[in-house]
Design a protein around this ligand. Structure first.
Ligand SMILES: *[C@@H]1O[C@H](CO)[C@@H](O)[C@H](O)[C@H]1NC(C)=O
Ligand SMILES: *[C@@H]1O[C@H](CO)[C@@H](O)[C@H](O)[C@H]1NC(C)=O
Ligand SMILES: *[C@@H]1O[C@H](CO)[C@@H](O)[C@H](O)[C@H]1NC(C)=O
Ligand SMILES: *[C@@H]1O[C@H](CO)[C@@H](O)[C@H](O)[C@H]1NC(C)=O
Ligand SMILES: *[C@@H]1O[C@H](CO)[C@@H](O)[C@H](O)[C@H]1NC(C)=O
Ligand SMILES: *[C@@H]1O[C@H](CO)[C@@H](O)[C@H](O)[C@H]1NC(C)=O
Ligand SMILES: *[C@@H]1O[C@H](CO)[C@@H](O)[C@H](O)[C@H]1NC(C)=O
Ligand SMILES: *[C@@H]1O[C@H](CO)[C@@H](O)[C@H](O)[C@H]1NC(C)=O
Ligand SMILES: *[C@@H]1O[C@H](CO)[C@@H](O)[C@H](O)[C@H]1NC(C)=O
Ligand SMILES: *[C@@H]1O[C@H](CO)[C@@H](O)[C@H](O)[C@H]1NC(C)=O
Ligand SMILES: *[C@@H]1O[C@H](CO)[C@@H](O)[C@H](O)[C@H]1NC(C)=O
Length: 508
């Protein structure tokens, strides 16, 4: 009796403490753009994330943003400025802002935290490893598994946690020599490796992300002062401004993954989150996505390399390659390296309604499918799955004693398709979606990449203004040439000697 009433009482407390926005089923951390911790995006196209009936995935390529991390040092300066402002004034704070006088920035190890993964980030990466092991079953436990990573520590750490998750099954941890993961990593955001990089836009002199910064700053200026005015009603003796609102909205997603603190999420109303999210969408759409005419060009060499591998099929190399990549091809990089892939694929940039794209500079359009929260959240990822399909199994299947029935999709004459997913949710290629689950027949996909997309986006060297730079690579070779001189790769093995830490090749 007593325990029952206690349970009822604590449930009542939880309800009383839950914020208005969360109560209505709106999670601000799912509308925080690049500051969103990882979550699986909801379907926007009515396509089930399940592998279509009669198909198996026999090969897949992923490009993944590093997992949830602490802020960049430059954003951390903003957190500290907010803290100083809150501490230096004498004021009263009410309602959802009453916590501000006792709030401290959630960073307790200055030497390590700004920029590095949070515990949530480590879990996100590990979990994606276990998830993809379960989803595809493309390699056996204990095999030497190679992944690729940009060189910054947060990317290599994400690759490491992912590998530990992917290799976690089968007690290989007790036998480190069998739990083999290999990371091929390359210089991060340099201009010396041309297109042969997981951060190729840094090597494209004519590329600039300014269009995104300009568009998002202009849009923020339309709503941040209004929010400041509203929340200042809860303060007496202190006035917050547009800059503070920007920092406080960022702190929702960050605090949520760092220590589960939702108090900044609770301060703002749903429409204020929608505006915040849209500012992030504009930043990525015009900065590194389909709204930047050079973005697709910087990812086209990557798309070309992956297309060749998908056409060749699992466990084959291509061109002059000396290395056979695993059937699951993982690449870990940064937020601004994913929207270029969207642009190169020609996705999330068209609608049956005419006036949705290019995105409006002034008004969030709820019909848009380019959503930064569903693409460049922490651990945000784009997958190209190769489907192998046959007629789906009938509901009644006959078995002959002693003969294992083949799984539909594994037969010699199975037809091949490519399906794109972003943060788990399938995304159609509007120019090519006649296959199962709105996928694209592999031959058509190849023709699409080599034809219209190459014409529109190809020629990295020429379009980037590198025609006069001798020998700047215009193709990606590191997937099939892991000792690539052009990409300046290094190879690190995980698990062979557990005493050896992770590499720290380029500082943070
Ligand atoms: C708050 O005070 C600290 C130390 O007294 C000072 O360094 C900082 O600049 C002040 N911050 C603001 C926003 O006035
Ligand atoms: C996973 O693949 C292996 C072959 O590598 C096979 O023996 C095993 O049955 C598969 N597991 C599942 C659950 O399909
Ligand atoms: C591809 O190679 C992996 C080893 O990396 C192996 O586990 C898998 O069975 C092979 N798949 C095919 C389709 O040959
Ligand atoms: C694992 O694969 C890497 C290539 O990615 C290779 O350099 C290394 O020698 C292999 N290690 C073992 C123990 O097979
Ligand atoms: C790379 O950057 C350096 C330093 O900013 C610059 O001097 C050099 O010209 C750049 N090279 C290319 C190929 O853009
Ligand atoms: C961004 O705004 C600045 C300052 O107004 C301007 O000089 C620059 O050309 C703009 N960049 C783009 C890509 O629109
Ligand atoms: C907001 O106030 C801070 C000082 O507290 C100041 O540094 C910043 O420039 C102000 N932002 C705007 C947009 O006025
Ligand atoms: C995205 O759509 C806009 C509007 O139709 C178009 O101008 C732009 O070229 C498209 N971007 C890409 C990369 O296809
Ligand atoms: C193989 O390498 C040679 C010499 O570098 C080059 O000319 C040729 O185009 C390459 N072939 C392929 C298919 O990449
Ligand atoms: C390349 O160099 C030539 C001769 O120096 C010059 O005329 C031309 O404008 C340069 N092209 C580019 C794209 O810089
Ligand atoms: C290659 O990368 C290493 C770091 O792994 C760096 O020290 C070196 O300068 C790079 N070399 C070139 C030619 O860029």
């Amino acid at each position: 009796m007593l325990s029952l009433s206690l349970a009822v009482l604590s449930a009542a407390c939880l309800v009383a403490l839950a914020s208005e926005v969360f109560e209505r089923g709106f999670n601000p951390a799912h509308h925080s753009g690049g500051a969103s911790p990882y979550f699986e995006a909801p379907t926007q196209f009515d396509i089930s994330p399940e592998t279509p009936a009669g198909c198996i995935v026999d090969q897949a390529a992923y490009i993944v943003r590093h997992a949830s991390r602490y802020p960049e040092p430059s954003s951390f300066v903003g957190w500290q400025a907010l803290y100083n402002k809150l501490q230096n004034a004498t004021y009263t704070a009410n309602g959802n802002l009453a916590f501000l006088p006792s709030w401290v920035p959630p960073v307790d190890d200055l030497a390590h935290e700004p920029l590095f993964l949070s515990a949530t980030g480590a879990r996100e990466a590990f979990q994606l490893g276990t998830e993809l092991r379960k989803r595809y079953n493309l390699t056996k436990g204990g095999e030497n598994f190679t992944v690729w990573s940009a060189g910054q520590q947060r990317c290599i750490d994400t690759a490491t946690h992912w590998l530990r998750g992917y290799l976690g099954q089968g007690d290989y941890l007790a036998s480190p020599n069998e739990n083999r993961g290999t990371i091929v990593f390359m210089p991060d955001s340099v201009n010396t490796t041309g297109a042969d990089s997981l951060t190729a836009s840094a090597a494209c002199p004519l590329y600039t992300g300014e269009g995104g910064t300009n568009a998002s700053n202009a849009f923020r200026a339309t709503y941040q002062n209004g929010i400041a005015k509203r929340i200042n009603q809860f303060l007496d003796g202190l006035e917050l401004n547009a800059t503070d609102v920007g920092v406080m909205q960022d702190l929702c997603g960050y605090s949520f993954h760092i220590n589960g603190d939702r108090r900044f999420c609770d301060i703002f109303q749903e429409h204020e989150w929608i505006d915040y999210e849209y500012a992030s969408d504009l930043n990525y759409y015009y900065g590194s996505g389909p709204g930047n005419p050079l973005a697709g060009t910087t990812a086209f060499p990557w798309l070309q390399a992956i297309t060749q591998l998908l056409v060749a099929g699992p466990n084959r190399t291509v061109g002059n390659g000396s290395f056979v990549p695993p059937p699951l091809i993982m690449g870990f990089t940064h937020d601004n390296d994913l929207p270029p892939v969207v642009a190169a694929l020609g996705i999330m940039n068209s609608s049956s309604d005419e006036d949705v794209y290019p995105l409006s500079l002034t008004t969030p359009d709820s019909r848009r499918t380019f959503r930064s929260s569903y693409l460049v959240s922490f651990l945000g990822n784009i997958a190209l799955e190769r489907l192998s399909c046959e007629t789906p199994m009938e509901s009644t299947v006959k078995h002959v004693a002693g003969q294992l029935n083949p799984v539909p999709g594994t037969g010699r004459n199975a037809r091949k398709f490519v399906r794109v997913r972003a943060n788990d949710a399938p995304v159609p290629i509007p120019a090519c979606m006649s296959g199962p689950g709105s996928s694209c027949p592999l031959a058509d996909f190849e023709a699409y990449v080599k034809g219209p997309q190459a014409t529109l986006l190809g020629d990295f060297v020429q379009k980037c203004g590198l025609a006069n730079v001798t020998n700047d690579p215009d193709t990606v070779d590191f997937y099939v040439n892991i000792n690539s001189k052009a990409a300046n790769t290094s190879i690190f093995m995980l698990g062979v000697d557990p005493q050896v830490g992770e590499p720290n090749p380029f500082g943070s």
